[in-house]
Design a protein around this ligand. Structure first.
Ligand code: PMV
Length: 318
């Protein structure tokens, strides 16, 4: 039996502006997807998932079919078989500390952990670079389009600066950043929200472009603060970033309410994270960590989510 885990992610700064060429800062968080794997004698892939409940078995051919909740896992298994040049009967147990479809990178984490688990079982040693690229391919095939950011965060951990069209830079700063996530449990479509901002920009570019430019400027400043450990200022920048996301029309009454709940409880800063329209908020809470967690916990699903430098990890091999 092998256990592999991979972390989820939050967008710290720069969502939406990144679609228009501005940078974004993304942090891997210490909430993980775990995949346990063992070999079977039969030629089937059996998947047990806490999220979907129960157990399902697939023939090797069936891995390529279906649009079900297990599609990332199934595609990751077949991609690992292709990479290893062999197929094997396996059983997988998936458990997750990340809520699905809320912008916390659960599909990237399950994809990376599954790939690593299957490849390790088949004695295939791949580099992190290769793993990140295989995982990105899985997301592309399943979703049609996907940025490589979530799969990079799940593979490498740490804080990543995304430079659109120019690649992803791994920063050495930000470990242990004391974050709290508040989840509205409202699933939303990133695609629809990106389209909403696009329409707004097309209808009044002279108003919207400066907002996007300001988000880029504050994201670059946030990077500098992260590298200098200027936590208070990072909080302030999160507040400004939230205001600008509101201006772009992607917040909701509930998200902004949660942002104010976190700030009132003493967070250094708070903002929505990801596409908006539902999903999660992110608070930076060092001094009043417990108070912020409790206050948010009364209003939504609240969870601590420190930035972690532990990317994909082989936890144990019995
Ligand atoms: O909702 P998430 O965490 O998948 O993030 C979406 C981020 C956007 O900037 C809105 C879209 C994108 O592709 O970068």
């Amino acid at each position: 039996m092998l256990t592999v885990s991979a972390p989820g992610k939050v967008i710290l700064f720069g969502e939406h502006a990144v679609v228009y060429g501005e940078p974004a800062l993304v942090g891997a968080i210490e909430r993980r997807v775990r995949v346990r794997i063992r070999a079977l004698n039969q030629k089937v892939v059996r998947i047990r998932s806490d999220a979907t409940g129960g157990v399902k078995s697939f023939s090797f051919e069936e891995l390529e079919q279906g649009e079900d909740a297990l599609r990332y896992v199934k595609r990751a298994v077949s991609m690992a078989f292709e990479e290893a040049g062999e197929k094997a009967g396996i059983e997988l147990w998936i458990s997750s500390e990340l809520p699905p479809a809320s912008g916390l990178g659960s599909s990237a984490a399950v994809t990376v952990a599954t790939l690593k688990a299957v490849l390790t079982l088949l004695h295939e040693d791949v580099s992190r670079k290769k793993l990140a690229s295989l995982a990105h391919r899985v997301e592309l095939e399943v979703q049609g389009s996907a940025s490589p950011t979530d799969t990079a965060a799940a593979t490498y951990g740490g804080v990543l600066m995304v430079h659109p069209g120019r690649g992803i830079e791994r920063l050495g700063a930000g470990e242990g950043l004391p974050l709290v996530v508040g989840n509205t449990r409202k699933e939303r479509s990133t695609k629809l929200l990106v389209a909403k901002v696009r329409r707004l920009r097309e209808s009044m570019p002279e108003v919207v472009d400066p907002i996007i430019g300001s988000i880029g400027t504050l994201t670059r400043e946030a990077r500098r603060c992260l590298e200098n450990g200027e936590l208070e200022r990072i909080g302030e920048l999160m507040n400004i970033n939230h205001g600008l996301l509101e201006a772009l029309g992607v917040s909701t009454q509930e998200l902004s309410h949660l942002v104010y709940v976190a700030r009132s409880a003493g967070a250094e800063g708070a903002k929505l994270t990801g596409a908006g329209g539902g999903g999660c908020i992110l608070a930076l809470a060092r001094r009043k960590h417990e108070q912020v967690l409790r206050a948010l916990g009364r209003e939504c699903q609240a969870m601590p989510a420190e930035v972690t430098f532990e990317g994909v990890l082989l936890e144990d091999a019995e």
